[in-house]
Design a protein around this ligand. Sequence first.
Ligand code: MN
Ligand code: MN
Length: 468
Amino acid sequence: MDKNEYKELKKQLLSTKKNGYDSLSQADRGAMEDYCAGYRRFLDAGRTERLCAAEAVRMAEERGYRPYAPGMDVKPGDKLYHCNRGKAVMLAHIGRKPLSEGIQLAAAHIDSPRLDLKPNPLYEDSELAYFKTHYYGGIRKYQWVTMPLALHGVVILKDGTRVTVRIGEEEGEPRLVITDLLPHLGQEQGKKPLATAIPGETLNLLVGSRPIGGEEESGRVKLAVMKLLNEKYGIVEDDLSSAELEAVPAIKACDIGLDRSMIGAYGHDDRVCAYAALKALLDLEETPVKTAVCILADKEEIGSDGVTGMQSAAFDTFIEDLCAAQGTALRSCFARSFCLSADVTAAYDPNYPDVFEKRNESQLNHGIGLCKYTGARGKSGASDADAETVAYVRRLFDEAGVIWQISELGKVDAGGGGTVAMYMANRNITTLDAGVPVLSMHAPFETVGKLDCYETYKGMKAVFQARA
Ligand code: MN
Ligand code: MN
């Protein structure tokens, strides 16, 4: 075999991992930057699941979507949405084919790891005032100390009045912080494993230090903090028991790298896929063939349980109502539907090669990552899509010119993770995991590649625009 024959054979038979920048067109480069600027704005507006849901509704209404109520007509071209308790959003662009032919779905989640305030949060110790927190989702606790934090959420008064709390977001506003030991006194702590060095009960937010009243009084700093909250929000301490207040990193999304090729931010998991799915749906110029549905779910980080999670019947109710309007049974619609479970995956990190299996890992700038299965050990907790489904998405993406890669999340038995995929698949919806590879996933500040963000958007669009 001569040299040229060998080269040709190699090209024909062997696959090559390719950096997406080698095939990204000049037009796509510009479109990618515009897309990513919009994504950064979405991140800064959507610091919590409630804020993300509100931003999604605002964007959808701007593009002609209207709230759906059972009993309404459901015709091709209709743009409908339902916001579930302010924390999850489902949107549908009704297709030319009836719902009995199935729907094309993208499901992402808008909750991210964070620190929730406990129901009885405020206390004083050694003349300093604190909020007790209870972490939400899988965090590495040591990453959350000595980091400027903002506080977002709602306090619901007994009469149902909603008070919106927003502290530490704007320029010039104060931030909150969790302190850590100084190295001089941290020798014993430094010997502990990372997972135990910062116990959950030490994640206490420092919220004040200035006392009021006479020196003979006690709890003066706590009272001073409560007085401030009362003046700003009209609440008393007991009202904090019916509140959802979330401490999140007070850091705005920004470009990363001297070449500005990446985005650093809090909450890429999974707002990077949520934005891609939402934007792709809103950008559809024509009525899709099949009904296109985007779901932005809550509670994924704690198992998708609860009334706003992906296991909730709220989703089935929404689709069932749409089906009813067209005289279709939900189960026949689901049986012919396809879902891209749009969630982030781990990007290969050359700083930590030990936990990755390089041949089967997502790489930054190699495009949207498809995962046949997620899960742990022998893939427990995975929906494990069939080969037919992977082939379907391969074809769909290739036809639409989407840059994609196929991967697993880490070495076998190195750990693992789950997504909403299994809850969609359990409904008898053909489902495949796909999403943006992330560096330092679940950290207060995560990093993604712009190319992967944009290709994920293109992938979502291809799913919504599928002909069959
Ligand atoms: Mn996720
Ligand atoms: Mn996650």
